[in-house]
Ligand binder design. Structure first.
Ligand SMILES: Nc1ncnc2c1ncn2[C@@H]1O[C@H](COP(=O)(O)OP(=O)(O)OP(=O)(O)O)[C@@H](O)[C@H]1O
Length: 328
């Protein structure tokens, strides 16, 4: 029933990953609990694809991305990159695999050093890894600037001299400098004007083909994710509730939470009537998540078992997995 994915086609595997942030309190600042930001998620990323990760603010998307890149240490679980378990790598071994994955951030200005010229900013990752000088790398950096659609004189300018969209292009050039295999783009266009968003998204798509990139694309905007992704994973309260090919997910969302998210996308054609599903209540706290299915307190289809047993992600159609008792 499942869509066959050969092991050699998989670039990244995330297995039962948990990332908790400890909470300290009291006079002695003892640990009194955890923010269960990522709470047991598993998925794989195939070479050359874009997997979109969506969900409301605070559901754990960024923490997932940062844990994969080993900017955060996982509490439990495994991250396997290109067949190598990188979960507990440290020092030189971690530095070595880090060449292969990069991150593009939401706010390009915050992630670019304002005191460095663009030439320095873009060449920095290569200098750190190879020891080559700025001068040696100039032709390479000039080429990267052209590839991301920036003029050659950008090399001598500073980040504050650019618009938001251009700054994001600088961030993209920097991310590409080491020719990575995987790019995690965390809300890369949400800080940009709508008119600029599609230009940056289209640039990322062009570069994906040219540089043979695999993307994990994190966003809360379902229209943006739809434009970019081959497959989409939907997160709720630290867990993955549904994952499927884009077409299948939008045509037939299975999880009641995904159904609500998709019903909220504005319909461009005013003649088409669309029923919006309004979710009751707020997202519960990841410090003390509900028992059973984390979505059950807000789910209109909840049954008694939903508050007792946590549903596992199961394949219910080829390549379409959902964690919901409605389908068990
Ligand atoms: N450094 C931290 N210390 C403690 N809790 C944190 C920390 N960073 C994130 N969190 C909490 O972890 C949970 C997941 O946050 P995360 O940023 O991963 O979610 P997100 O889906 O990316 O949200 P957003 O789109 O708002 O960035 C949230 O409850 C958040 O408040």
């Amino acid at each position: 029933m499942s869509i066959e994915v050969k092991e050699k086609d998989i670039l990244l595997e995330v297995k039962n990953l948990k990332t908790y942030y400890p909470i300290h309190g009291g006079f002695f600042r003892r640990k009194i609990g955890d923010v269960k930001a990522v709470d047991d998620i598993s998925f794989e990323l195939r070479k050359g694809e874009t997997l979109g990760l969506v969900g409301e603010s605070g559901c754990g998307k960024s923490t997932t991305g940062r844990t994969i890149l080993r900017l955060l240490d996982p509490t439990e679980g495994k991250v396997v990159f290109n067949g190598q378990d990188i979960t507990r790598l440290r020092g030189t071994s971690l530095r070595k695999v880090r060449q292969d994955f990069q991150m593009i951030f939401q706010d390009p200005y915050a992630s670019l050093n304002p005191t460095q010229m663009v030439g320095d900013v873009v060449s920095e990752p290569i200098r750190n890894f190879t020891g080559k000088s700025i001068k040696q790398l100039k032709p390479e950096v000039m080429e990267l600037l052209t590839k991301v659609g920036l003029p050659q004189d950008a090399y001598y300018k500073y980040p504050h001299e650019f618009s938001g969209g251009q700054r994001q292009r600088i961030g993209i050039a920097r991310a590409l400098a080491l020719r990575p295999k995987l790019i995690i783009a965390d809300e890369p266009v949400s800080a940009l004007d709508v008119s600029v968003q599609s230009q940056v998204l289209n640039l990322l798509k062009e570069l994906q083909d040219e540089f043979d990139l695999t993307f994990l694309f994190i966003a809360h905007d379902l229209s943006v994710v739809k434009h970019m992704s081959d497959r989409i994973g939907v997160m709720y309260l630290g867990g993955l509730v549904e994952i499927a090919e884009k077409k299948s997910l939008y045509a037939e969302p299975l999880h009641p939470y995904t159904q609500a998210l998709i019903s909220a996308i504005p319909e461009p054609d005013p003649r088409k009537k669309k029923k919006r599903i309004i979710l009751e209540g707020d997202v519960p706290s990841p410090v003390d998540p509900p028992s059973g299915c984390p979505f059950h307190p807000r789910c209109m289809h909840a049954k008694p078992e939903c508050s007792q047993i946590k549903p596992q992600l199961k394949e219910v159609k080829p390549g379409h997995r959902v964690a919901c008792h409605l389908y068990s």
